[in-house]
Ligand binder design. Structure first.
Ligand SMILES: Cc1ncc(COP(=O)(O)O)c(C=O)c1O
Length: 187
C-alpha cells in the first residue's frame, strides 16, 4: 500500500540509512560537524546567499524566523491554511506573541492585492502593527499548490513599500522549484 496521507510518513530508504550511518559528524555548536557545514555551504551557494543555517525541523525554522521578524503584540499576514497558523502548537502566539491576520487565498496562496488590503494602518495605535507576511511553497493544506515567481515579486514589492518582513515557509520548496522550473537564485 502507498500511504498518501502525508509526505512525512515516508521512511528512509536503505541508501539513505547508509548515508546517515556513514556520515561524518561533530559538534555543530562549535561548527565542527562537517556534514552540516557542507550542507549549509551548498544551500547558501545554491540560493546565492552569504550563509545558511540548518534547522532539524520546518516548525523550528518558521518559529525562529517569525521571532526574528516581529515584536510581541504585532501581527503577521498569512493564508487561512498556513502551517504557522493551523499547526506548530500555536507557537506563533507563544514564542513571538504575535497574532495572525488570515487571508482567504486560493489553495493556500495569497496575492499582493490581498496583502496590501490586510495591512493595518500603522498610525492607528488601536490595531496591532502589521510587520510580517508569511507564505508557503508548496502549500500544505492547499494541496501542494505552488506560487509563480511573479506573485512572489509582487508580494515582496508590497512588503518593501510598507516596511514588512517577508518569510517563506519552504517546507516543499524543492518540489515547487521542480514543478515550476524555478532557479533557487531567484529566491
Ligand atoms: C508548509 C509546512 N510548514 C512547516 C512544516 C513543519 O515541518 P516539520 O514537520 O519538519 O516541523 C510542514 C510539515 O509538513 C509543512 O507542510
Amino acid at each position: 500500500m502507498i500511504d498518501l496521507k502525508s509526505d512525512t510518513v515516508t521512511k528512509p530508504s536503505k541508501g539513505m540509512m547508509e548515508a546517515i550511518f556513514n556520515a561524518e559528524v561533530g559538534d555543530d555548536v562549535y561548527k565542527e560537524d562537517p556534514t552540516v557545514n557542507e550542507l549549509e555551504r551548498r544551500v547558501a551557494e545554491m540560493f546565492g546567499m552569504d550563509d545558511a543555517l540548518f534547522f532539524p525541523t520546518g516548525s523550528m525554522a518558521n518559529q525562529a524566523a517569525i521571532k526574528m521578524h516581529t515584536q510581541p503584540g504585532e501581527q503577521l499576514i498569512c493564508d487561512k491554511y498556513a502551517h504557522v497558523y493551523n499547526y506548530e502548537g500555536g507557537g506563533v502566539s507563544f514564542n513571538s506573541g504575535v497574532s495572525c491576520k488570515l487571508l482567504d487565498g486560493d489553495r493556500g496562496m495569497i496575492t499582493a492585492a490581498q496583502v496590501e488590503e490586510a495591512i493595518n494602518p500603522p498610525d492607528f495605535y488601536h490595531s496591532p502593527l502589521t510587520t510580517l507576511v508569511c507564505v508557503e511553497n508548496t502549500t500544505n493544506k492547499g494541496g501542494g499548490a505552488c506560487y509563480s515567481m511573479q506573485t512572489f515579486k509582487e508580494i515582496k514589492a508590497v512588503c518593501e513599500k510598507h516596511g514588512l518582513g517577508f518569510h517563506l515557509d519552504g517546507a516543499r520548496l524543492w518540489n515547487a522549484m521542480v514543478a515550476t522550473n524555478q532557479n533557487p537564485k531567484d529566491y
